[in-house]
Ligand binder design. Structure first.
Ligand SMILES: NC(=O)c1ccc[n+]([C@@H]2O[C@H](COP(=O)([O-])OP(=O)(O)OC[C@H]3O[C@@H](n4cnc5c(N)ncnc54)[C@H](OP(=O)(O)O)[C@@H]3O)[C@@H](O)[C@H]2O)c1
Length: 412
């Protein structure tokens, strides 16, 4: 099959945009040229001459010679305007913007179909790790049972530094920002929102279920305190921000982002720094493990490059699972074994939300409970005004285990 010539209109020349510019210089085999670059700040110093830039998006969108738009800006609303306009004009699009894709998944799907043009966004989930195309192509069947992983490079970097080097949370966040891993607005990373947007995209490509981002529950790493870090260190565990989605009975799906304790036997324990790791579980193949750099200029640019290359062969996502899937719904009817850190005065009230309590400890003004709690009750505790608290997941409890543990607790 012969490759198409691609004339690229690039939006954004920050960490990833500049990375892509350099990566493209080094891959002459790909017949792709950047014809024009749109940025925002007229006064910013650039590494290449002003003749390469425009500040008016229409210079690119209305250029008939440009057949591919690569959108690498840090503003999800402006990105949606650019991407939707490009698709309406029949231009293929590559984007790395997970917030934009997650918030407008349904509309973007519609625009691709109506205008018969592709939108690819491999870099939007797990940066350099080729997960979306694998979910779309390899797991093109009903056998995928679960997907679980570290999908945010900056929080993994921060957690790694706080564990391995005893760096303070603020110092580790500053390092992640200086290295270009972190989102411009850090709460997107540390609050678990970036991971949630990625989970929403992975969920659509895993099970064909399009969730609205607000339907997926997310707890970030910004509430993690010294007690949880000490608990982890004493037990030889690490804390990772884990996004997961798994199938339950009768078309039900659970999906959420919650920090999790992981031990050395868990593959995610060994995924450190800016790396991402995703474990898929299928009915017959058991598990697969993907690992790769989850942020940074060149790794992210490499996924964008792969999408550009795929466009040159007319590749597009077919979204077969979305069009096939019926009667699926999200459920909070799932039991989680967690550690809840709380203040002393809230201890007794908070225990009432648990199905079973395994361990309970208080010292001075602070304490923790471990035990089983439903996702429904966890949300109630997290969203209500229940003092300073944080949840860390220990593991998911199967229905059978949950019933046995309740029966044992009643018998005692
Ligand atoms: N950094 C990573 O490791 C990474 C990893 C995966 C995905 N991503 C995603 O990649 C995208 C870009 O991230 P980044 O880290 O490269 O961001 P960045 O370094 O902050 O750069 C953002 C760029 O967007 C431009 N821009 C902002 N609003 C614009 C507008 N309305 N029109 C035209 N240009 C506009 C800025 O212009 P000025 O230069 O004029 O300010 C800047 O060049 C984001 O969606 C991010 O989530 C990033």
């Amino acid at each position: 099959m012969s490759r198409k010539n691609l004339n690229i209109g690039l939006f954004g020349f920050g960490v990833v945009g500049h990375g892509l510019y350099e990566v493209l210089q080094k891959t002459p085999g790909l017949q792709a040229t950047i014809k024009n670059i749109c940025v925002k700040d007229k006064d910013k110093k650039r590494q290449i001459g002003p003749e390469n830039f425009t500040y008016d998006k229409n210079d690119i969108l209305n250029d008939p010679d440009i057949n591919v738009i690569v959108e690498l800006i840090d503003d999800a609303d402006a990105a949606y305007e650019i991407v939707s306009a490009a698709l309406k004009k029949g231009k293929a699009v590559v984007s790395a913007n997970k917030k934009m894709v997650a918030e407008h998944f349904q509309e973007l799907l519609q625009l691709q179909r109506e205008n018969n043009v592709p939108l690819l966004y491999e870099a939007a989930a797990c940066a350099s790790m080729p997960i979306i195309r694998n979910l779309e192509e390899y797991y093109d069947n009903d056998l995928l049972e679960s997907i679980e992983g570290i999908v945010n490079g900056s929080t993994n970097y921060i957690l790694t530094k706080t564990f391995a080097e005893n760096l303070s949370y603020d110092a580790a966040l500053k390092q992640a920002q200086d290295l270009g891993f972190a989102e411009s607005n850090p709460i997107l990373d540390t609050g678990g929102f970036d991971a949630k947007y990625k989970l929403q995209i992975l969920l659509a490509h895993s099970f064909g279920y399009i969730a609205k981002p607000e339907e997926l529950y997310n707890i970030g790493i910004d509430g993690i305190g010294d007690l949880e870090l000490k608990y982890a260190k004493e037990k030889g565990l690490k804390i990772k921000l884990v996004a997961q989605a798994f199938k339950g009975a009768e078309g039900s799906i659970s999906a959420f982002v919650i920090p999790k304790f992981v031990g050395p036997e868990d593959r995610l324990y060994h995924v450190d720094d800016v790396f991402n790791g995703v474990i898929t579980k299928t009915s017959f193949a058991d598990t697969h493990f993907f690992v790769g750099r989850g942020a940074g200029a060149y790794p992210t640019a490499s996924a964008v490059l792969s999408d550009i290359s795929a466009l040159s062969y007319d590749y597009r996502y077919e979204y077969k699972k979305i069009f096939r899937s019926e009667n699926q719904s999200l459920t909070d009817d799932v039991t989680l074994k967690v550690l809840l850190r709380h203040t002393r005065e809230n201890a007794d009230a908070l225990k009432l939300y648990f199905d079973t309590v395994e361990e309970s400890y208080t010292n001075n003004n602070i304490g923790y409970v471990t035990g089983n709690i439903s996702l429904t009750n966890l949300k109630k505790v997290q969203d209500a005004n229940t003092g300073d608290r944080s949840f860390i997941l220990l593991n998911i409890v199967t229905e059978k285990e949950a019933a046995q543990q309740v029966a044992a607790a009643v018998a005692n």
